[in-house]
Ligand binder design. Structure first.
Ligand code: PDD
Length: 273
């Protein structure tokens, strides 16, 4: 049965048997272009290859994925495009174990990147949420239920992002972004472990921060440290870097985007030109 209709088994579209739907058994990427130029394509493809290999999806050549991304990007003609793609292990009757001969399913969607000029100018509010995710957040897996619940909780509180906190009270990252604090002359962010996604924007943000004279400290922050930081920031492919001006309902410093957040954002834009 699909919705309220009885459908003979032989007529059910195999997409309804996609293991991505049954189990979140797949991996994805989100990348973007700036003014008609793809940004960090190699980095995204490398991370995608790592995600595929981590969950043992084989039989898909990463160069073929590159060809598909380029083909879709050319065909769409969107200058500032958000490019989403995923690969699932394939379609099969629901069984946790998989058959090595399954043919992976590929899906790609291109759209205009949402304009976040207002967030980038005024900064955003964030709220904390327990990090309920699994222990391999370094894999960009389709299992995003914990991220979805945290994001919705933040939105209900009028916040633009949820900041995830582990059982030890340490901040891992945002539900869809990397997270940073500026404390004195340092930019602090969680180290790359299995608990966070190796964010590509994070890498460029660290470079930008170094270029504006900040020292980089890759150490997890406690919620208390974040609450009294000089500045806070998030970063992701679709938003670049955005200052955080309110943390769990309290202003960050004077409640306005700080000096370094602005400098880093300007420096970051140079990488995208
Ligand atoms: N998300 N951490 C998490 C949990 C994320 O979902 C993302 C990005 C990031 C930032 O990674 P990057 O800089 O490589 O975009 C960090 C994408 C944009 C998404 O799921 O839509």
């Amino acid at each position: 049965m699909i919705q309220d209709k009885i459908v003979p088994a032989a007529e059910v579209d195999p997409i309804h048997y996609d293991r991505g739907i049954f189990f979140g058994d797949g991996v994805y990427e989100v990348m973007r272009s700036y003014d008609g130029k793809l940004f960090a394509l190699d980095e995204h493809l490398r991370r995608f290859a790592n995600s595929l290999s981590a969950i043992e999806i084989t039989g898909l050549d990463i160069d073929e994925i590159r060809v598909r991304v380029l083909k879709a990007f050319d065909a769409a003609g969107i200058a500032n495009a958000k490019i989403y793609f995923h690969v699932t292990r394939g379609s099969a009757p629901r069984d946790r174990g998989w058959d090595d001969n399954l043919k992976p399913n590929f899906f790609l969607n291109l759209s205009e990147v949402a304009d976040n000029t207002e967030d980038r100018t005024k900064g955003i509010a964030v709220s904390t949420h327990p990090d309920w995710r699994w222990k391999r957040c370094d894999i960009k897996s389709l299992n995003l239920l914990a991220n979805v619940l945290a994001t919705t909780d933040a939105a209900r509180k009028g916040c633009g992002e949820a900041i995830l906190v582990d059982e030890a009270g340490l901040i891992t990252e945002g539900a869809g972004s990397a997270f940073f604090a500026i404390r004195g002359q340092t930019l602090q962010t969680a180290p790359l472990t299995a608990n966070i996604l190796p964010s590509i924007t994070r890498e460029f943000t660290l470079k930008a921060a170094g270029n504006v004279g900040l020292q980089i400290v890759e150490e997890s922050l406690t919620v208390e440290q974040a609450a009294c930081a000089d500045e806070l920031m998030i970063a992701s492919t679709t938003q670049d870097t955005v200052a955080v001006v309110k943390f769990d309902g309290k202003p960050v410093a004077d409640g306005k985007p700080g000096k370094y957040a602005k400098l880093i954002a300007e420096e970051f834009r140079l990488f995208t030109a």
